[in-house]
Design a protein around this ligand. Structure first.
Ligand SMILES: [Zn+2]
Length: 247
């Protein structure tokens, strides 16, 4: 089996690992960004509920204070009534006291209604706060994971890129140039530049190979390129040998 063929198989396997190592990191970057959006939404919701909760509490306190003030006034008026001799003044104050008592009753009703609103908003606030905190901790753990993965990816890529260079360095010039330019021209990752043929058919583009080329592939001595997709075509035993060498 030709060494150039085995090197090509190993280059493809290295290419696969390079994109695999980058993929995990790239997926994490997307996940971190998505989580950032979720966090922003939850924070906005929590703040909205908090504002409404604060407003409701303030309104409730204002009603309570106004009721207390009116009750204090009422007490004074009742005391004053005891000392009044004039019938007309008694009548007027009595009428004012009745009116004040009614107003206090309405105020107490308002305060009770406000209390249920405050309680509902408190529950809503707690729920929103909890959701926010859960999202914050998920966000923190994703960022942590990404930071770790960045390190791992960097290390893995450094090793793999060095390995790739070493493999390329021992390739014949034309095969090296073809491999590098093919990988660069393929947008999908992992880039498939070296493919397996079975039964004379390219495993990538399914084009039938010329009989002489298929014979060469089976001989496993020199590099054959597919006439359909321009990729290097190897026998499956060559790829298997590459897997063994890369292990
Ligand atoms: Zn092909």
């Amino acid at each position: 089996m030709g060494d150039d063929l085995k090197n090509l198989a190993r280059l493809q396997l290295t290419e696969d690992r390079i994109s695999e190592a980058s993929k995990t990191r790239d997926e994490l970057v997307i996940a971190v960004e998505a989580q950032g959006g979720t966090l922003k939404d939850l924070l906005r919701k929590r703040n909205e509920v908090q504002d409404r909760f604060d407003d409701a509490k303030r309104e409730w306190r204002e009603i309570e204070e106004s009721v207390e003030t009116k009750k204090a006034e009422l007490k004074k008026w009742e005391t004053r009534l005891q000392g009044l001799q004039d019938w007309r003044e008694q009548q007027a104050l009595n009428s004012a006291i009745r009116e004040q008592t009614r107003t206090i009753g309405y105020g107490e009703n308002d305060a009770n209604e406000k209390v249920s609103v405050v309680e509902e908003l408190e529950t809503a606030f707690n729920t929103a706060q909890e959701a926010l905190e859960t999202a914050q901790s998920k966000s923190a753990s994703l960022s942590n994971e990404l930071e770790k993965q960045n390190g791992l990816t960097e290390t893995a890529l450094k090793v793999e890129l060095e390995h790739r260079e070493a493999l390329l360095a021992v390739m014949p010039d034309t095969d090296r140039r073809r491999f590098v330019s093919l990988v660069a021209s393929i947008k999908r990752r992992p880039a498939r530049a070296v493919v397996i043929a079975r039964g004379g058919i390219c495993g990538f583009c399914n084009v039938s190979m010329q009989p002489q080329n298929w014979i060469e592939v089976q001989r496993q001595e020199k590099v054959i390129y597919c006439q359909g997709c321009r990729r290097a075509v190897v026998h499956e035993t060559v790829m298997a040998a590459g897997v063994e060498l890369e292990a």
